[in-house]
Design a protein around this ligand. Structure first.
Ligand code: SAM
Length: 288
């Protein structure tokens, strides 16, 4: 079996197939075997595990996933990669290749048809231009997914894992932490890819929570409060909330809610914990 992480093997495939890397599809293929091992072990994949891989490319990670997992379904948008992928992975009978845009793919249907509604782990070296939509789609759809173990830009991983009152903490940190527990597994330099990206990357694991870590009466209202609080980062919490058209209370009533929650109205949104956001949104939206 070919070692698909080997640069000389990749160069050989490029030469024989005429495949050209597409920058706009975020094609930076992994060439670092240690990183592949860390993704598979970080995801805790064993012979009982069902896996969905997003963006298999030439199949470098797919190969490792097929060796470790029960079944792998991979979704690749680039039609020109499909014959290469089929050829590279022809040894595996536990693999299904789907040529589609993951953002237009009904993952619930795939989980139902391919995995009999069993629990699935997602693993990927994600295309960076759609990192956040992919993550949020999976988290918000409440699919039967155990975890995502994914390579993303380091900067985005740092924002996801950030704690309150740090420069990276923002609406993305709150949203991802609401649905999952993030854990950064490793940092990966540009030299681990071909072609090399301009930025450093991280492998992050998002273990989906069975239920959110805070009690929220109105989920949509919760995220309106989060968005409004971070929308105007330099404003005080009271001003940010009262300037937002999606908060249905006037300044005085918002002040009352903040006082009732014991939250100083002069604080900035970026200092609030998930439970403080929950208290405020319950004060504003509960019973409405
Ligand atoms: N898994 C391979 C590896 O690690 O070497 C390739 C990873 S590369 C960073 C991202 C892959 O995602 C590319 O193969 C690209 O064609 C594919 N891709 C980009 N946009 C996609 C989309 N919307 N849906 C599915 N695959 C996509």
């Amino acid at each position: 079996m070919k070692n698909l992480a080997s640069i000389s093997v990749i160069r050989d495939i490029l030469e024989k197939s005429g495949f050209k890397f597409s920058k706009s599809l975020g094609q930076n293929f992994l060439t670092d075997e240690n990183v592949l091992t860390k993704i598979v072990s970080g995801a805790e994949i064993d012979a009982e595990t069902n896996v969905i891989e997003i963006g298999p490319g030439f199949g470098t990670l797919t190969q490792r996933l097929c060796m470790a997992a029960k079944k792998v379904v991979c979704i690749e948008i680039d039609q020109s990669a499909i014959p290469i992928l089929q050829d590279n992975l022809s040894d595996f009978d536990n693999l299904k290749i789907i040529n589609a845009d993951v953002l237009k793919t009904d993952l619930k249907k795939i989980i139902s048809e391919e995995f009999d509604d069993g629990i699935v782990k997602i693993a990927a070296n994600l295309p960076y231009y759609i990192t956040t939509p992919i993550i949020m789609n999976v988290l918000e759809s409440r699919l039967n997914v155990d975890s995502l173990t994914i390579m993303i830009q380091k900067e985005v991983a740092d924002r996801i894992a950030a704690k309150p009152s740090t420069k990276d903490y923002g609406a993305l940190s709150v949203a991802v932490n609401y649905y999952s527990e993030p854990q950064i597994i490793t940092t990966v330099p540009p030299s681990s890819f071909i072609p090399q990206p301009k930025v450093s990357s991280s492998v992050i694991k998002l273990k989906l929570r069975e239920k959110p870590p805070v009690d929220v009466a109105d989920e949509a209202g919760y995220f309106k409060v989060v968005k409004a609080s971070f929308g105007q980062r330099r404003k005080t919490l009271l001003n940010a909330l009262s300037n937002s058209p999606s908060i249905p209370l006037g300044k005085e009533d918002i002040l009352k809610v903040l006082q009732k929650c014991g939250i100083d109205e002069k604080r900035r949104g970026e200092t609030l914990s998930l439970s403080e956001f929950a208290d405020i949104s319950n004060g504003i939206f509960a019973g409405r």
